[in-house]
Write a protein that binds this ligand. Structure first.
Ligand code: UD1
Length: 470
């Protein structure tokens, strides 16, 4: 197949509705048993940051197992705007970052993809300057201060002016300096930004209280494949010895543990035995442990394949989201969908993000009994969910509503597919292959119910401009 340059948003997974009157929705007829095997795509969050990491390399890179998603297209467009050539052939992306002609990321792309802020680290390290226009950063203030403080510790001058983050390295050589940086919180993005920046810095950088998420380790392994010198990958302390330049590589990213977890949830709610591959079992430890507490069995059929044997009932349990290796915030919503049907009551505490409980109002519309108190949700199990028109308000909320719809009696109509399409490759096709009755269609927006409750949800974000990224 011929390589296709990525210059505009890809049509795959895009809602097909015209903006005025029509809206794309998923219609799900629930309580259909699933069976068979599902193939897990490459990890969205790895792919995003590895794409950003190609900026570090002075030679072409080939990236394999890259999912075809809106978020990935947007990151590829950010790279294109810097003068980097990106072309896709199936799940392989060829990126040629040999010549970078611009150091300013375009406003319209960055404001739609928070992860594109992560380009600041590699761009600054390679070019000595980076300018990231970012309304999200300016309005919300807090969510990138760990990135900024770390870059400042490495000698960068970083300031925000007229909605743009300006970062530069003083001095004729434009090289960052290695530093000892203690992160107040093990932020995934800040760890990634600083690790990438340190690979081309003068001297050694020690990152303490680093994030240990598998996607951070995947990025570190990609950087090592480029020739970076990184020790302590996957631990709380990473040591990066800067090198003068990095070379090209051919790198395959890890499978998406959150997609895998979402399919496990789909299997549990429909009481269906399904298998998944490829997966890396250790990446799913916290999720599998919870499923076992809830009465399901997850069996390793081979080193990269799991089989779900669901329990007859779902047992209530408490969940607290935490940085890895704790229970992932990106699985909280899908597990809440499961616990709405559990025997007894469960407490879900969201500690990672402030505004990640907006699916509660939607699940309650389907007959769930969930009460919110700050960042805690008390889920009282009910015998049955009923299909309803619901709105996905962010990526994982939308995924949770798909799971709930699969387990509900009757038809669920899910709006807000722009969120779902950011992060799940061919979701409905994969579900149909397992036997789900689900279809993507368009409806006239006027026929959809007014949804003031979504906007006025008790869990509305304290900082409305900070969109959660799943
Ligand atoms: C990444 C993932 C996201 C996942 C999250 C936590 C990507 C593209 N997204 O997001 O799917 O849910 O990790 O596993 O990889 N924070 C600050 N200041 C900062 C940085 C973060 O206050 O400078 C806060 C955030 O507001 C949030 C928490 O720290 O409350 C966790 O954020 P972080 O770990 O940075 O998540 P992301 O990298 O944005």
């Amino acid at each position: 197949m011929e390589d296709k340059p990525i210059v505009t948003s890809n049509s795959v997974n895009q809602p097909t509705a015209s903006p005025e009157a029509e809206e794309a929705v998923l219609e799900i007829w629930g309580q259909q048993p699933l069976s068979g095997h599902v193939s897990i795509s490459g990890a969205k969050n790895s792919a995003l940051v590895v794409l950003a990491g190609t900026v570090l390399s002075s030679q072409p890179c080939r990236l394999r197992n890259i999912p075809n998603l809106m978020d990935i297209d947007r990151m590829a467009q950010v790279l294109s705007a810097l003068g980097i050539k990106v072309s896709r052939n199936g799940s392989t992306l060829d990126v040629d970052p040999s010549d970078i002609s611009h150091t300013r990321a375009p406003y319209d792309l960055v404001s739609r993809l928070r992860a594109s802020f992560f380009i600041i680290g590699p761009l600054l390290a390679r070019m000595g300057v980076a300018r990231i226009p970012c309304r999200v950063v300016v309005r919300s203030g807090a969510p990138v201060e760990l990135h900024v403080r770390g870059l400042q510790a490495m000698g960068a001058d970083v300031h925000i002016d007229h909605g743009t983050v300006h970062a530069s390295v003083p001095g004729p050589r434009g090289r960052l300096q290695g530093a000892k940086i203690h992160l107040d919180y093990p932020s995934v993005g800040a760890t990634e930004t600083l690790m990438m920046a340190a690979t081309l810095a003068d001297g050694e950088t020690i990152l303490e209280n680093a994030a240990q998420e598998p996607e951070v380790a995947d990025l570190a392994n990609f950087c090592r494949a480029l020739g970076a010198r990184i020790r302590g990958v996957g631990t709380k302390t990473m040591t990066i010895a800067g090198v003068p330049s990095l070379h090209g590589t051919d790198y395959g990213i890890i499978p998406d543990r959150i997609e895998a977890g979402t399919f496990l949830a789909a299997g549990v709610i429909t009481r269906s035995e399904i298998s998944l591959s490829p997966i890396i079992p250790e990446h799913l430890s916290a999720v599998v442990a919870k499923l076992q507490e809830m009465g399901s069995q997850v069996i390793a059929e081979s080193p990269n394949r799991l089989r779900l044997v669901p329990g007859h009932d779902i047992q209530a349990t408490d969940i607290q989201t935490l940085p890895h290796p704790g229970f992932p915030t990106d699985m909280q919503a899908q597990f809440m969908a499961l616990l709405t049907l559990a025997n007894g009551s469960s407490m879900i505490t969201e500690t990672v993000f402030e505004n990640r409980l907006r699916h509660v109002a939607e699940l309650n519309r389907m007959g769930a009994n969930v009460r919110l108190n700050g960042n805690c949700a008390l889920v009282q199990g009910v015998p049955m969910l009923s299909g309803a028109p619901v709105q996905g308000t962010d990526l994982r909320a939308a995924a949770a509503l798909v799971v709930a719809g699969l387990g509900a009696h009757g038809k669920t109509t899910l709006q807000g597919l722009q969120h779902l399409d950011r992060g799940y490759e061919r979701l409905e096709h994969k579900l149909i292959q397992l036997g789900a009755q689900i279809r993507r269609t368009t409806v006239n927006s006027q026929d959809l119910p007014d949804r003031p409750d979504v906007l006025e949800s008790a869990a509305a974000p304290a900082t409305p401009s900070f969109l959660p990224q799943g």
